[in-house]
Design a protein around this ligand. Sequence first.
Ligand SMILES: [Zn+2]
Ligand SMILES: [Zn+2]
Length: 171
Amino acid sequence: MKVALTDIPAEGKDLSFSDAAAEPQDLGPQVEVVVTAPSAQLRLERVGELVTAKGTYAAELVLACSRCLGPVPLSLEGELDWAFRPLGQEDREEVQLAEDELEVSFYEDGQVDLGQALRDELGLALPMAPLCREDCTGLCPVCGKPVKPGEPCCRRNEVDPRWAKLAQLKK
Ligand SMILES: [Zn+2]
Ligand SMILES: [Zn+2]
């Protein structure tokens, strides 16, 4: 979803879009399924070459639990407050500094890439290590199946190798 500078009138522009082409891997390595495509409702304004976009976004995803890889449904909603400036070839370095300080993004060829900005925003909003439940015990190292709390799975009859060493020392 790109919008051309010339399509933003002096009085501003309301715009909503849905990023139907977004694949799970476009949003983050922990994303398994895009249930409802990321969408945004924005108010665009332009002062000279500076473009601002304020509004809200939403998306429904299924992430993979970082311990057991089980499904973690996630509804994301939030507010957007973006600013874009044109990227000039000559001041790329200077502009990089400004980006860090002012959280300004950049556009090229007179086109602001709102779709990419939304994907970046979602990437930042996603939990790095999602959990299906706070106390997810992960996968059994022996059989690879999810371990249920209180049921030690294959390790039930196994002695932890560290304890086995201790037992030998005692002898
Ligand atoms: Zn889990
Ligand atoms: Zn097991």
